[in-house]
Design a protein around this ligand. Sequence first.
Ligand SMILES: Cc1cc2nc3c(=O)[nH]c(=O)nc-3n(C[C@H](O)[C@H](O)[C@H](O)COP(=O)(O)O)c2cc1C
Length: 171
Amino acid sequence: MKFKELIQQRYSVRSYKNQEVEKDKLIQILEAGQMAPSAVNSQPWHFIVVQETNNHRKFSEIYHRDWFNEAPVYIVICGDHSQSWKRNEDQKDHCDIDAAIAIDHMTLQATELGLGTCWVCNFHVQNCIDFFQLPDSIEPIAILSLGYPSDKGSLQKKRKPLNEIVHWESF
Ligand SMILES: Cc1cc2nc3c(=O)[nH]c(=O)nc-3n(C[C@H](O)[C@H](O)[C@H](O)COP(=O)(O)O)c2cc1C
């Protein structure tokens, strides 16, 4: 798939088929995350894959939506604040930025493989930390639901026009 087509095809999938995701496809998606660039190449991320029925069921306490429960796989993307780069001038922590790039790589790879994803950040953070017993420096940044879409989605993207977001030479 050409890049332009790929970014058009990706959309937030909130309806999934009851169909398993093949292991080799899952690995390709995780590898796409692994290949993402990061500040000073710190790679401050961990990807927790949740598929087992028991974990899956309990996971609904982390983000409770009917469509979310349909997804056969979740990937919890965690940032490691002990590894991420802090800019000298103002100590800005680049953990979220790095994690976001890895997540975007994964969503695009999934699309190319005919799979659908949805970013979820509006989850119960403390429930997630408790569920995985995450150490102090590890923050769950986002959850990706993953599976075969059971809807078509719209290719019509609601986006601000370019002239509202692009500034040539000055703001
Ligand atoms: C950082 C981030 C957080 C998001 N959190 C949620 C969420 O908690 N729940 C949800 O249903 N969608 C969530 N989304 C999906 C957005 O609503 C969606 O990307 C946006 O409406 C654009 O639609 P599209 O992805 O179909 O192009 C999130 C997206 C991003 C990038």
